[in-house]
Write a protein that binds this ligand. Structure first.
Ligand code: NAD
Length: 475
């Protein structure tokens, strides 16, 4: 059911010069699924050389033809959706329905960029002198080095691959070593669809070594990273040395503000479904819940009931509602966040521990009355923990909601239109959902501010991220 793990360099799949074999684990069982090869330094150099040749070919390929190949790859992915989703669940743990939805969204993204690449319009600016033509042209930036994490093994690679290919760039992707199989499956579809050799290259290795090599390489012109803020800052510094363009999709700490005029039970249902999706390992996951004091008790009760009723298990079991965490590091982090909050006076209304079975499972957890200084209120938990606290008034909750270093996504629920506009204006975040947690679609910009990074993936902005502007003045 799993896949053969290989790298892709210059249109060929293989283990190349790998002398290292890293086990990939199934987080539901902790059993190894396969061994992952690591790129040698020569392999990385070969990938850059291949990407250079691939760029020359792909840039000269018409946007119409690029679109045709990308759409063919999307069709192949659609025909293999069940197999790819199974690989994704095996290596990452999320429930199979979520894995299917992730693969379907990734196909959607590929098709969207295939089309949008045909609309990389420039413009003509009227000249100051008769007969002068002033042209603003869009050109692909060149070779892209992309680094993706383990929480969305299809979606995060696809955002970068599709954006780069749609713009006419070549790309070297280092997908997560913990969830490599999905990226391999995607790469196979693109190669089989007729992508010229070297346009997409896929490598694995020690993340710090691969990123140092590729980011310092003078031939690489763009870096796109999704992962933690700490690593993003290191990579951005490195990219500055060779003045590369960067897109940084980093962590989040989404506040959810629930005003007093809503149906609290309905909102609790939506909020809990969002919180425990992918066991909370989502950068836009609803994270801190601020509920108006007059509705606090009702919301907490309802949310706790939903959390405690969720069925944990292997993601491949169709009755499972929440899978394991993706790796053992997250379990340790959950234990730390809960212990810290309890020590500072928070109450655990459900969960707060690991269930007594094998696999990286952690119970859906709700923390009530959490003091602001608790770590979970300002460090990204990236797991199934929901701190729920009361608030009194608009200004106070805005200050608390904005009062962290992150700026990715924020949410608010209200039926009052004026208040909806006011809160959307007051929230200093890159994406704001009002009465909705849906802030991620292929055609809309996805990205953060402050410590959550910079740049957007998705929307026309996502294509612009892979395009340079060239001005031509022709007399
Ligand atoms: P981490 O910070 O070491 O790694 C985060 C990601 O970056 C991983 O995919 C890792 O392979 C990669 N990485 C690490 N060092 C790298 C380097 N020098 N060069 C290139 N890539 C590198 O820790 P982690 O335990 O994997 O994740 C911890 C935290 O990361 C989470 O709590 C969460 O805050 C954040 N995270 C965010 C996202 C996101 O979607 N924005 C995804 C995964 C993890």
């Amino acid at each position: 059911m799993y896949t053969t793990l290989e790298m892709l360099i210059d249109g060929r799949f293989g283990r190349f010069g790998s002398t290292v074999a890293e086990p990939v684990l199934n987080p539901a069982t902790e059993q190894p699924l396969a061994e992952l090869p690591h790129a040698s330094r020569d392999d990385l150099e070969a990938a850059v050389a291949a990407a250079e040749r691939g760029f020359a070919v792909w840039k000269a390929t018409s946007a119409y033809e690029r679109c045709r190949i990308m759409r063919k790859a999307a069709d192949l992915m659609r025909s293999r959706l069940e197999a790819i989703a199974t690989v994704l669940t095996l290596e990452q743990g999320k429930v199979i329905a979520e894995a299917r939805a992730e693969v379907a969204t990734s196909i959607d993204i590929l098709e969207w960029y295939a089309e949008e690449g045909r609309r990389a319009y420039g413009r003509i600016v009227p000249g100051r002198v008769a007969g002068v033509r002033q042209m603003v042209l869009k050109e692909p930036v060149g070779i892209v080095a992309a680094f993706t994490p383990w929480n969305f093994p299809a979606l995060t690679p696809m955002r970068k691959i599709a954006g780069a290919l749609g713009a006419g760039c070549s790309i070297i992707l280092k997908a997560s070593e913990e969830t490599p199989g999905t990226a391999v499956e995607i790469a196979r579809c693109l190669q089989e669809a007729g992508l010229p050799p070297g346009v997409l290259n896929l490598v694995f290795g020690v993340p710090a070594e691969v990123s140092a090599h590729l980011i310092s390489h003078p031939k690489v012109r763009k870096v796109s990273f999704t992962g933690s803020t700490a690593v993003g800052k290191q990579l951005a510094k490195m990219a500055a040395e060779t003045m590369k363009r960067t897109t940084m999709e980093l962590g989040g700490h989404a506040p959810v503000i629930v005003f007093d005029d809503v149906d609290v039970e309905a909102v609790a249902k939506v909020a809990a479904a969002g919180k425990y999706r992918n066991a909370g390992q989502v950068c836009i996951s609803p994270t801190r819940f601020f509920v108006h004091e007059s509705r606090y008790g009702a919301f907490l009760k309802c949310f706790t009931e939903i959390a405690s009723s969720l069925k944990l298990g292997d993601g491949l079991d169709p009755t499972t509602q929440m899978g394991p965490m993706a790796n053992a590091r997250r379990l340790e982090a959950m234990d730390m966040f809960v212990a810290d909050a309890k020590a500072r006076g928070a109450t655990v209304t459900t969960g707060g521990e690991r269930p007594a079975n094998q696999g990286f499972f952690y119970k859906p957890t709700v923390l009530a009355d959490v003091p602001p200084e608790a770590k979970v209120m300002h460090e990204e938990p990236f797991g199934p923990i929901a701190p729920i606290v009361p608030f009194r008034n608009f200004d106070e909750v805005v200050e608390r909601a904005n009062g962290v270093a992150y700026g990715l996504a924020a949410y608010a629920f209200t039926n009052d239109e004026k208040r909806a506009t006011a809160i959307a204006d007051a929230l200093q975040w890159g994406m704001v959902g009002i009465n909705s947690l849906a802030v991620s679609t292929p055609e809309t910009p996805f990205g953060g501010i402050k410590d959550s990074g910079h740049g957007s993936e998705g929307g026309i902005e996502g294509l612009e991220a892979y395009l340079n502007v060239k001005f031509v003045s022709q007399a």
